[in-house]
Design a protein around this ligand. Structure first.
Ligand SMILES: [Cu+2]
Length: 266
């Protein structure tokens, strides 16, 4: 019965087409897939527990409903039952803890030789993406852009594009210039604080190309809502070509460096 209910619920939740995702996304990095698997396992475990609890509730309601005015049998304690409902939930929590521990450590693990290194700096109110080992290739939010009340697009040229190669590992060094910001890419299933005085380090290995929206997730002041950016994942050859072109532009600047914003990134 629980298995049948599970399948039924899964079909209802998804409109019968595809595997249910329980409100999450698989994401587009190796790390996001791990995070998704953890979420998926927990959702299934939660449904199994919920179905079991509902069955117990309905069983008690129907089997022991009031039939006459006689008092039901009274008793004080039931040691085996009490042990069972203490030990079983404890074991379940330990299993969830174990899986979480393993997955989070795996996501936080950094390799010895990342292909790309990006220094990310959050500030009030924008982002700077500096590509290390390139002679200073930097992409950043449009300077002094008056916040706009128009409907926003993550992909507008006023917001910077973080370009990354697919299938290769990128190391991020995440910092803040002022207050705490949140580096969040929805398609990475990943968010991390940019904290003043602290450098947070992590890696991402994209598994598919495309453009994805991203933003600051820590309320950081008046124009927090302007801290949008986007991630563009491209084939490695295209990435290398883009980086070369950016380096070339740095050597022969057409515009003063301080006016260089995200225009050169498309
Ligand atoms: Cu912010």
């Amino acid at each position: 019965v629980p298995a049948g209910l599970l399948v039924g619920l899964a079909l209802v939740l998804t409109g019968c087409n595809e595997e249910p995702t329980f409100g999450a996304t698989k994401g587009v990095t190796a790390q996001s897939h791990e995070e998704y698997s953890l979420w998926y396992g927990m959702a299934i475990a939660g449904i199994v527990v919920a179905v079991f609890v509902w069955l117990l509730i309905f069983w008690a309601v129907f089997r022991y409903r009031k039939k006459d005015d006689r008092l039901p049998r009274q008793f004080q304690e039931h040691i085996p039952l009490e042990l069972a409902y203490t030990i079983i939930p404890l074991a379940m929590v330990l299993v969830i803890f174990g899986f979480t521990f393993v997955v989070e450590n795996s996501i936080d693990r950094v390799t010895t030789k990342p292909s790309v290194i990006v220094n990310v700096t959050g500030y009030q109110w924008g982002w700077i993406f500096n590509y290390a080992n390139t002679g200073g290739v930097t992409v950043q939010s449009a300077q002094n852009a008056a916040p706009s009340s128009l409907p926003k697009s993550y992909f507008s040229s006023r917001y910077p594009t973080l370009e990354l190669p697919v299938g290769e590992t990128t190391r991020f060094f995440l910092r803040s210039d002022d207050v705490i910001h949140g580096f969040y890419v929805h398609a990475f299933n990943f968010s991390r604080y940019a904290q003043p005085g602290i450098t947070n380090e992590f890696e991402m290995k994209p598994t598919q190309t495309g453009r994805f929206q991203a933003q600051c997730t820590q309320y950081c002041g008046l124009y927090h809502s302007e801290m949008l950016f986007n991630v563009k994942i491209v084939p490695p050859a295209e990435f290398t070509a883009w980086l070369k072109q950016q380096e070339q532009q740095l050597k022969n600047p057409i515009t003063p460096h301080h006016l260089k914003s995200s225009e050169g990134t498309t």
